[in-house]
Every structure is written in C-alpha cells, then in structure tokens.
Design a protein around this ligand. Structure first.
Ligand code: DNO
Length: 344
C-alpha cells in the first residue's frame, strides 16, 4: 500500500514542498481543474501537471477526478459526444502513464455537508451533515455551502437539473452508468487504467434525486456490468461508513480485485442518518480504521491510500476538509497502522 495526498494544483494553499515532508509520502492525487466538465484533457496539460509534481520528487499517481458530465448521468442525446471526449481524455492520461482514475456518478451534488465549520469540543473545526435539515430545505433556494458543488452552475441550471433527476429511478441511473462503462472500459483496459468509482457521499438519496453507489449490493451490481478489474472501486471509508450496515472489512475482502484506490477518513454516526467528521483515529469515530487496514493487508492491496478530509486545527484556514495539518496527522496514523499490521 502506498500513501498519497490530494493536491489541488498550483492554487492550493497546501504546497507540494510541504506535502513531501510528511513521512512516507511519495504519491500525489490531483486533477486539471480549469477544463470545463465534458471537454477533453489535452496531453500537454496532463504532462504539465505531471512535471510540476515530479519536479518536487513526487509521482502523479492518481487522477481524482475525471468528472462525468451530467448529460451522461442523465442519459441525454448528446452523451455520445461527451463519452467520446471522456475516452479521449482517458487515452491521453494513459499515454502519460496514469494508471488510476477516480470518478463518481453522483447526480449534481458530489459530497454534501450542511456545516463546514462545526466546532468540536477540542476547538477544531470540522464538517457536519445534518440529515433532518437536508430533508427540510430546497437546495435551489437555500444558500447551501456545498463543498463538492460545481460552482459553474447557476441556480436556474441547478433547478433544471434537479427537476430532470427527480423523474429518474435508481434503475435509470444504473442503466446510464452501464452505458457509460460499456463505452469507456475498453479504452481504460487498452491503456491499462483502473477506473475507480467513488461511493455516494452520503450513501443515500438526497433532495429527491437518485444515488446508487452505497453498499455491497451496489458493488455486486457494478461488477456485473463488467467484471474486469479495471471496472474499479475507490473505497472511501468515510462515505461507506455512514451506513452502519456496511461492513467495511467484509466489503474489502469481497471486492478486493476491484479496489485500486482508498480514502481513509473517520466519521461519527449521529442519530437519524446525521454524521460528523472526526479525526482519523478509530476511537474518535464509528469506523474501525485498523480493521480496514488489516483487510487491505489480507487482500494484498498494492494501490494508493490517501488520508481523506482533515479537521481544521492549529488555526489553519483553507479549503474545507483539505488543510495540511490534520490530513498529515491522518497520514502518520495510517503509516502506523500499516506498520502494525505488517508486523502482526
Ligand atoms: C470529497 C471527495 C469527492 C471525490 C469525488 C470523486 O472529498 O472524496 O469529491 O473526489 O466524488 O469523483
């Protein structure tokens, strides 16, 4: 297992020079952020990103994310053109030596929280999801600060998108995911890329629109579409851990051949589907982090792991969930767990 760290590019307040000082940190997870979703990622841009990472002695090992256009998720008429662009981007990434590409199939919102500055008892700031609140609001008229929201949409565009999704069932979304994967997987296989789907976060439907990647059953369905190992999973402990019935070690053992990227993060489940993000330690949240690392060791996992969201500590400010300090603490904790399971 290789440790990695997410870096948001040259505008990220967290610098590569700082990241490489984290013990055992050699791999970077990044993306090109200024190409509109649906357009091709040109080779020169990929090479430029790669060389800015390599200049610091690090490797660009994972692309997170190569985003999927909403028209593909909706199965609209223009999807073939957008899928052709996706294939072209994959080919370009493959030719630049990228082996792991992360994406998600969450309609509109990606990861959703209701409070980005929730104060924990120790004075640190963290992210919180209040399910009751989400059930009472209209995302179009409420000024929600959504961390994963594509800010290029206007409110009117958001409203129109939500309307379209509200007429879709989970099965419709599965059908569109199947169509997409049947098209892009041959390209991924040809270029030796593992495509990894991120689970829905939170792993249930919100705002009346479908979400489908949330459980063992979802992964059973996913691998039925295509059982190639390239039809992969980004195993995110924080997202999947929101559902108590998700037995994370068991899921790792069941789908090991498809797991090529891991997000390690802890959450504490609160009442009625709400949850708060905690520090990485098992005892601080609901996820048994050691059991997860142990399961990864059992499947002989060779891919990358990144410490996922951190709290804001020691006065740091910046992108919610993506400061340096607490993610670095998470990395050292994961290092310790790996060393521990390797010796036992
Ligand atoms: C949140 C992230 C997600 C993830 C995408 C992958 O912190 O884990 O936004 O990058 O869902 O496509």
């Amino acid at each position: 297992m290789e440790l990695s760290f997410r870096w948001y590019g040259e505008n990220d307040p967290v610098k590569l020079q700082d990241i490489k000082q984290i013990p055992n940190m050699n791999h970077i997870v990044s993306a090109i952020y200024d190409v509109p979703v649906g357009n091709v990622w040109e080779k020169e841009r990929i090479e430029a990103l790669k060389s800015s990472v390599e200049k610091e002695g690090l490797a660009l090992s994972v692309i997170e994310s190569l985003p999927v256009h909403e028209s593909i998720k909706l199965g609209e008429n223009n999807r073939d053109h957008l899928i052709a662009n996706y294939k072209e981007s994959l080919k370009n990434l493959g030719e630049s030596g990228i082996k792991t590409v992360c994406y998600n199939f969450m309609p509109v919102f990606d990861w959703t929280r209701t409070d980005l500055h929730h104060r924990l008892q120790d004075g640190s700031e963290t992210l919180l999801y209040d399910h009751e609140y989400v059930q009472t609001i209209d995302p179009v008229t409420t000024n929600l600060n959504l961390p994963g929201w594509d800010e290029s949409y206007t409110k009117a565009e958001m409203a129109a998108l939500i309307e379209k999704y509200r007429t879709m069932t989970d099965d419709d979304l599965w059908e569109n995911l199947g169509y997409f994967l049947n098209e892009v997987l041959p390209v991924a296989i040809k270029h030796d890329i593992n495509l990894t789907i991120h689970p829905d976060d939170p792993p249930w439907s919100i705002f009346g629109i479908p979400r489908i990647i949330r459980s063992k059953e979802s992964y059973d369905k996913l691998v039925t579409i295509n059982n190639a190992k390239n039809n992969g999973i980004c195993f995110c402990t924080g997202s999947l851990g929101c559902l108590e019935e998700n037995d994370l070690p068991e899921m790792i053992r069941a789908f090991g051949d498809h797991i090529h990227f891991v997000h390690m993060r802890n959450i504490k489940r609160l009442d009625n589907h709400s949850f708060v993000e905690t520090g990485h330690l098992s005892k601080d949240g609901s996820v048994d982090m050691k059991a997860v690392i142990k399961a990864l060791k059992d499947i002989n996992y060779k891919g990358t792991i990144r410490p996922d969201h951190g709290r804001m500590i020691w006065g740091e400010t910046g992108k919610a969930g993506y400061g340096l300090f607490d993610r670095a603490l998470g990395a050292t904790y994961i290092n310790g767990l790996i060393e521990g399971v390797n010796q036992s």
